[in-house]
Design a protein around this ligand. Structure first.
Ligand code: TXA
Ligand code: MG
Length: 317
């Protein structure tokens, strides 16, 4: 059920959340599948509804800094990052605070939590009305394309979850996830806040999480965001394929979408999942994807494309 997001719908959705039900809601990145993060049964139903492996912890969304500081211990650097980028598409992994009250399943039993304050009036209104931290992964069946519109959520879950409609998401890819190790910032997932933007504001290098490192994001599976079609990257299309283009004047006779004719990476990120959903819906067997520059938001876009193109032999994806 898609809900026109007026004050009444927000109040109703908040009541559902407080009663342990799931509600999907828009954020500036992608739509989230939300549950009261302090209610273990509610959080469990997120994993069941998505078909998500239980070892993959959820991002916990907060209404404000006071709520965040009740849940986790902020170092001075963590505070500076939150000051600089919240509300916004940055999830910060922090040590859980004594007496935090979060359900163990929300953090998959870790002693850390990924927190974020979303930059969207509807998510913030919902968080305030529910007056609870909300666990919310992207609102798609596990392993599939993330949703950036209410109708994609509705289709993904076959109408089983109420969806607050906030129109298309303005960023279009998930938040950037970072961890902090002393004075070092480690990027666990490239996302809607470009690494270069954090580096520019803080004047330090943002490191990459090495495979198997002590600090990592457990849910970063190689095959993810997968459309039904196969994907070929950094290439030109063959007859019969669909084509995801980038930049001016591509010539191709078949099904084509252009992430950004002007080569704007923000526009490309915003269009990425929607255009993949659309090309997939044409029934094409293969989607060829043009090369995308690896700078700025290109890092997050290429990350999603590589996972979408990865071999899919894991059962239960
Ligand atoms: O933009 C977003 O972040 C969206 C919207 C809805 O806010 N949410 C989202 O959540 O992308 P999800 O569940 O799809 O991604 C959660 C990621 C996983 O890769 C998980 O491994 C990582 O966050 N994560 C969560 N808690 C963590 C922790 N304590 N330590 C390391 N990684 C963590
Ligand atoms: Mg996801």
């Amino acid at each position: 059920m898609i809900l026109n997001a007026d004050d009444q719908a927000i109040a109703d959705a908040a009541a559902l959340l407080r009663a342990g039900q799931l509600v999907a809601f828009p954020t500036e990145t992608v739509y989230g599948l939300g549950a009261d993060a302090t209610d273990p049964d509610a959080v469990l139903s997120i994993y069941e509804t998505k078909g998500r492996p239980r070892f993959n912890p959820l991002i916990v969304h907060v209404a404000d800094r006071a709520m965040a500081e009740r849940l986790a211990d902020f170092s001075p650097l963590a505070r500076q990052l939150a000051d600089a980028f919240w509300p916004g598409p940055l999830s910060i992994v922090l040590p859980l605070r004594e007496g935090h009250g979060l359900a163990d399943v929300a953090t998959a039993g870790l002693d850390t939590v990924a927190l974020r304050m979303p930059d969207h009036p509807l998510s913030l209104a919902l968080l305030r009305a529910a007056d609870r931290p909300l666990a919310a992964p992207s609102a798609n069946p596990s392993g599939r394309l993330s949703p950036t519109t209410a109708s994609q959520v509705e289709r993904g879950f076959g109408g089983r979850v109420p969806v607050l409609d906030g129109g298309p998401c303005k960023a279009g890819v998930e938040s950037t996830i970072i961890a902090i190790d002393g004075d070092t910032i480690i990027q666990l997932r490239a996302g809607a806040l470009a690494r270069s933007e954090i580096e520019r504001r803080f004047g330090i290098k943002v490191l990459s999480a090495a495979r198997g490192a002590r600090i990592s994001a457990p849910g970063m599976l190689l095959s993810h965001y997968a459309p039904n079609a196969h994907m070929r990257l950094e290439t030109t299309p063959r007859p019969g394929e669909a084509f995801l283009a980038f930049g001016p004047a591509p010539s191709f006779a078949g099904e084509i979408r252009n992430l950004s004719e002007t080569g704007d990476l923000h526009e490309a990120a915003r269009n990425l999942f929607s255009m993949l959903h659309e090309l997939d819906a044409t029934g094409a067997k293969t989607i060829a994807v043009a090369p995308i520059p690896h700078e700025g938001l290109g890092e997050a876009i290429n990350d999603r494309l590589q996972r979408a193109a990865a071999p899919r032999d894991e059962p239960g994806r």
